[in-house]
Write a protein that binds this ligand. Structure first.
Ligand SMILES: Cc1cc2nc3c(=O)[nH]c(=O)nc-3n(C[C@H](O)[C@H](O)[C@H](O)COP(=O)(O)O)c2cc1C
Length: 252
């Protein structure tokens, strides 16, 4: 069984490939379906060199049921997608799980983070390069999982400790919020795409425009999905690019 969370599609894309390669079932991180599987995978994006809060909630709530409570005999692994580097995200996950992972992998995927100066989506060429490397990475992960190898193939990047244990708490505290999202009502066509794409149901269309309901996980699905670039996060994102996984794949 592979449990996944994905904001803008990258982690679902990876999870699907892995599920195909392993002949496994996929399940969104909502609540674990009952399973006798001895091998459990968790696939999700890296947010601020740590785990998204929706993933933290899932593992804290259901850690006893992961592997059907048979933590001893089972094999638990994580695949974390990131645009650049993941710091000590695996350790943050292990803390929430209350146990060590048997294996952990990071997979480079197009970067979707745009809310700080200097951060933008990848160019088409960078996306293409990452998609081509992803295929090989998934085959390698599938092999490790099939053989139950206790390995870590992770791109921690420079200063991982500082990023995960100093910057991440600040990131979570000040930047994982929907209070800076706003919509340009003159560009918004009330198509409801932002509402549909929000993976946690945090957007309602009221008075013909999106209204955020204070339960944001910061995935930026709404920003990237808007066909008119009418949604922005503060002033920082007005000139930033939008990421559309399906369009990128079609152009590949
Ligand atoms: C809120 C947020 C924080 C992010 N933080 C990081 C990070 O710390 N390191 C990194 O390499 N990529 C980071 N990214 C990029 C994503 O991890 C990457 O694009 C991922 O593949 C998105 O997965 P998804 O499409 O399944 O949501 C971040 C993206 C978001 C939206």
């Amino acid at each position: 069984m592979i449990y996944y969370f994905s904001g803008t599609g990258n982690s679902l894309y990876v999870a699907r490939h892995l599920a195909d390669a392993l002949g496994e079932r996929l399940c969104p991180m909502v609540s674990p379906v009952s399973t006798d599987d001895e091998v459990i995978g968790l696939v999700f994006p890296v947010y601020g060199w740590g785990i998204p809060k929706v993933v933290e909630k899932f593992v804290r709530n259901y850690k006893a049921s992961l592997l059907g409570g048979r933590l001893e005999g089972g094999f638990l692994y994580a695949v974390m997608t990131c645009g650049d580097d993941m710091g000590y995200t695996d350790r943050v996950l292990e803390k929430a799980l209350g146990r060590k992972l048997d294996a952990a992998f990071s997979v480079l995927m197009p970067d979707v983070y745009v809310c700080l100066p200097g951060f933008d989506v990848d160019s088409k060429e960078e996306c293409k390069e990452k998609f081509s490397l992803e295929k090989e990475a998934i085959q390698n992960i599938a092999k490790c999982v099939k053989e139950r190898q206790t390995v870590r193939h992770l791109k921690r990047g420079p200063f991982p400790w500082t990023k995960t244990y100093i910057l991440r708490p600040l990131f979570n505290r000040y930047l994982v919020t929907d209070k800076y999202f706003h919509v340009d009502a003159s560009s918004c066509v009330s198509c409801g795409r932002c509402q549909k794409m929000c993976p946690v149901g945090n957007i309602l269309i009221m008075d013909d425009v999106p209204q955020w309901q204070s339960n944001c996980v910061g995935c930026l699905a709404c920003f990237h999905a808007c066909p008119h670039h009418a949604i922005n996060f503060g002033k920082m994102t007005q000139k930033k690019g939008q990421y559309d996984l399906l369009r990128m794949l079609n152009e590949e």
